[in-house]
Design a protein around this ligand. Structure first.
Ligand SMILES: Cc1cc2nc3c(=O)[nH]c(=O)nc-3n(C[C@H](O)[C@H](O)[C@H](O)COP(=O)(O)O)c2cc1C
Length: 381
């Protein structure tokens, strides 16, 4: 039995039979993934999030992934600066939902694994096995250095994360243990109760460097990456599966993230895209992010730089879904051709746009064979 078979047989929605699983990304943060000052009814409040998860559960979405953020990116919007902490967010939602799979996104350097293991177990048990951890190492230097420590070098961060997750797994599966490593010394490690999920809660990671992918293949159940096109996406899916299986005899799922602007006509969709990106985009916040990534105008052609920023403002550089319900379905059919398991989706205004998505796009995804129709019992459950 592979690591994922245990979740499949337990009926975990993340590993259900839908060919393309769906989630949303970042509703705990102001503006989620769109770096814009465009008007929106969405706010990162618990009340708005409850409204959103209600719509997601009704339509059969599989999961929600929050963003871990401790400060904003500046600019007039201070993009993502107003946000809810993700473990406490997931815990509250766990108590108010029935079906959807919830994640906390955890910056591993900011939290001791004994605390993380206990909090994760608590949420996993409250949700009856609908909780997982998105492990991130931190890359936004001012955010990590706000904690008063120097940010580690890139590959060292994954060394740290490796020991962090090894301690976490021991706390989740062993009775008593001692651990002495490079970063942690655990004396008589103990954590009870154990998680609801067996052998442990789902772990995911979005590492995209070779060290990051190695980490995902070794410890995670799903790896996230940007998909630029079908060809590159297919190659990444194959590489990840091969890496996990050949090196660690493990199965790893693959997800990406997309941004959606769906309207009755392509013209309306393009006009709104133009409005929130070009007229109302917070280009200053975007440039602050680009600087940290080292994507600056000097190092690329002006065309590449402008395209990169446009896509970043639109949805953190995700896979574009802009057009009519039919066009967006075609794009998702293409995406599924990579062999990917699912995608998160972001929208400028989740509260306002999700009803349209659920009414117009979901039935087309079913017709296209990407998703199974919701059964009455699943809706009522
Ligand atoms: C879907 C997704 C979600 C992510 N969520 C966060 C997050 O909430 N906080 C964060 O600091 N980084 C986040 N990241 C960044 C990744 O953890 C990672 O640093 C990045 O993909 C670069 O990969 P690398 O660490 O292998 O270089 C996310 C990336 C992706 C693709």
């Amino acid at each position: 039995m592979s690591n994922l078979d245990a979740y499949r047989s337990a009926g975990n929605p993340l590993f259900n039979e839908n060919k393309l699983k769906l989630g949303i990304f970042g509703p705990n943060c102001s503006n989620a993934c769109a770096i814009t000052l465009a008007e929106t009814t969405f706010e990162p409040t618990f009340e708005k999030n409850l409204e959103i998860v209600g719509m997601l559960e009704d339509a059969g979405f599989e999961c929600i992934v929050p963003i871990a953020r401790w400060r904003g990116f500046g600019g007039p919007s201070n993009f993502n600066g107003n946000c809810m902490e993700t473990y406490t967010w997931a815990s509250a939602l766990a108590a108010r939902t029935q079906k959807i799979f919830l994640f906390a996104t955890s910056h591993v350097p900011t939290l001791h694994p004994i605390v993380a293991a206990k909090m994760a177990t608590t949420i996993d048990r409250i949700s009856k096995g609908r909780f997982g951890l998105n492990m991130v190492c931190g890359w936004f230097t001012p955010e990590m250095e706000m904690f008063g420590v120097k940010m580690m070098e890139h590959d060292n961060r994954y060394e740290y994360a490796t020991e962090w997750v090894q301690v976490l797994e021991k706390l989740w599966t062993e009775k008593w243990f001692d651990h002495k490593g490079e970063f942690f010394a655990i004396n008589q490690g103990f954590s009870d109760p154990k998680p609801y999920q067996k052998p442990r809660p789902v772990l995911i990671s979005a590492g995209s460097s070779s060290k990051g992918r190695e980490f995902a293949a070794r410890f995670c159940d799903i790896n996230f990456s940007v998909v630029e096109d079908v060809e590159k996406g297919t190659k990444w899916v194959e590489t990840m599966k091969k890496l996990a299986w050949e090196q660690y005899k493990r199965e790893v799922g693959t997800f990406t993230y997309s941004y959606a602007v769906v309207r009755d006509t392509e013209k309306e969709a393009r006009e709104y895209f133009n409005y929130y990106v070009h007229e109302k985009g917070d280009w200053e916040a975007c440039d602050n992010i680009c600087k940290v990534f080292g994507v600056q105008s000097g190092s690329y052609t002006p065309e590449y730089f402008d395209k990169f920023r446009e896509n970043f403002i639109a949805g953190w550089g995700g896979y574009p879904l802009v057009g009519t319900p039919e066009q967006v379905t075609d794009r998702l059919v293409d995406l599924a051709r990579t062999g990917i398991d699912g995608t998160l989706i972001s929208m400028v205004d989740y509260n306002h746009e999700l009803p349209y998505w659920n009414a117009k796009v979901m039935p087309l995804l079913e017709q296209a064979g990407l998703r199974k129709p919701l059964t009455k019992s699943a809706v009522a459950a």
